[in-house]
Design a protein around this ligand. Structure first.
Ligand code: FES
Length: 112
């Protein structure tokens, strides 16, 4: 069930048991691909599509606490979305995430 708080709609995207540590889970919100992560016990929601080319980041790995693209190996900070290594230079988007019991929610703006 979604709730509206301060312009954000909290959209349930998964059960917490679906999120395997250090692996991405691809979900879609309004047909937009989002990757959900549990990295070192902290949860993150980011773009699933790499900022370099068309690759699904949830098919990549987590390396040293960062998201690693499966196609060319760029790494991204899961908290800020910053590109840390080449060839990507542009950041990926990050989204608010919260856990309520077993439910995982992403804060989403319908006008995105
Ligand atoms: S597509 Fe991700 S680094 Fe090239």
């Amino acid at each position: 069930m979604a709730r509206v708080l301060e312009g954000l709609e909290w959209v349930k995207v998964a059960d917490i048991s679906e999120i395997v540590p250090d692996m991405g889970l691809r979900v879609e919100i309004d047909e937009y691909p989002v990757a959900i992560w549990n990295i070192g016990g902290a949860f993150y929601a980011t773009d699933d599509t790499c900022s370099h080319e068309e690759a699904s980041l949830s098919e990549g790995d987590v390396w040293d606490g960062n998201i690693e693209c499966p196609l060319h190996g760029s790494q991204f900070d899961p908290e800020t979305g910053a590109a840390i290594t080449l060839p990507a230079v542009l950041p990926i988007a990050t989204f608010p995430i919260k856990i309520d019991g077993n439910d995982v929610y992403v804060g989403w703006r319908a006008d995105r």
